[in-house]
Design a protein around this ligand. Structure first.
Ligand SMILES: [Zn+2]
Ligand SMILES: [Zn+2]
Length: 311
């Protein structure tokens, strides 16, 4: 990943400008902030035994064997031994399949993301059916409902299109006998209702869980896995931390959702699977257990749910 040099962001202001005028200083601060946003967070202290339950390798730059290996070597160096890389659309699904073939530490989940639900035509269905039968594919996802983007993005599928595609993916997961990985943005009630009426597969993963305590309880009662991303470490996430506290030991997962949702205090900087220990430690603090025990629980759950071999 190339870094922009310290100087040259504005062309007029350089670090160490002796003038010290306020305008120059403000410019310099702005440039520094901009630079920081592009800067990857430092490596966390290693925390062995972890599995990144949901990441997007292609969006992190992993689009050839060497790039995938570099991302996974980096992750492994801090204890993240395996990852599940997730597709958004059909092009991304092919990238996820490739990554899972290229590297033994990568497994794939494929589906059309709810925002792409309108692209679920017969060809896409046939290709997804074929993909999920592959042993390197460990889940159907991410699918679900996203009520944030309709109306904001013209290309986003409507709620009705999303519900229909969600139903198709639920059925696919049941037929193939693999976990259903769910994306839910601002759609708690409809999502839980559709799952109830369609009949949930045996294994359901609520990726990047974002609900409140009541939604968490309902998911726990239904036997779903709750997967927490960097959002659980954000300063204003008290409600989410309260939810993370009540999840039983055998229903909790941790994920990066990289390149998004970089954990505190690196929010806004680029995320990758090697950042997972930050979020695992945040969960350990919330649940009052030591880091190693938390990592053991999180890793074991991911391996059980996705059926991954021990590394
Ligand atoms: Zn998602
Ligand atoms: Zn995602």
């Amino acid at each position: 990943m190339s870094q922009t040099p310290a100087t040259g962001d504005t062309g007029t202001v350089s670090d160490g400008n002796p003038a010290g005028r306020e305008s120059a200083e403000t410019e310099s601060n702005k440039a520094a902030r901009k630079r920081r946003r592009r800067e990857p967070p430092p490596d966390p202290a290693p925390l062995p035994g972890l599995v990144d339950a949901h990441t997007h390798l292609a969006a992190c730059g992993g689009r050839d064997p060497d790039a995938v290996r570099a991302i996974l070597d980096h992750a492994e160096s801090v204890g993240v031994q395996q990852v599940v890389t997730v597709a958004d659309d059909m092009v991304d699904a092919r990238w996820a399949m490739d990554a899972a073939q290229w590297d033994h530490r990568a497994y794939a989940a494929v589906a059309l993301h709810p925002t792409h639900a309108a692209e679920l035509d017969d060809d896409a269905k046939a290709e997804l059916e074929q993909m999920v039968a592959d042993p390197r594919v460990v889940a159907v996802g991410e699918t679900g409902l996203d009520y944030y983007w309709p109306g904001k993005s013209e290309s986003c599928a409507t709620p009705a299109e999303q519900a229909e595609a969600f139903g198709w993916h639920i059925d696919l997961a049941k037929r193939i006998g693999k976990p259903l990985m769910i994306h839910n943005r601002e759609a708690d009630r409809d999502l839980l209702d559709i799952l109830a009426s369609e009949g949930a597969p045996e294994s359901v993963i609520m990726h990047c869980f974002s609900g409140d305590l009541n939604v968490a309880r309902e998911c726990v009662d239904r036997g779903f896995m709750l997967s927490f991303a960097g959002t659980v470490s954000f300063a204003n996430a008290e409600e989410l931390r309260a939810a993370a506290e009540i999840v039983p030991d055998d229903q909790i997962l941790v994920e990066t959702d990289a390149p998004f949702l970089t954990p505190h205090p690196y929010r806004g900087q680029p995320n990758q699977s090697y950042c997972l220990p930050y979020t695992a430690r945040a969960l350990a603090r919330v649940r009052g257990v030591d880091d190693a025990a938390m990592a053991g629980i999180l890793g074991a759950n991911a391996r059980r749910v996705y059926g991954l071999p021990l590394q």
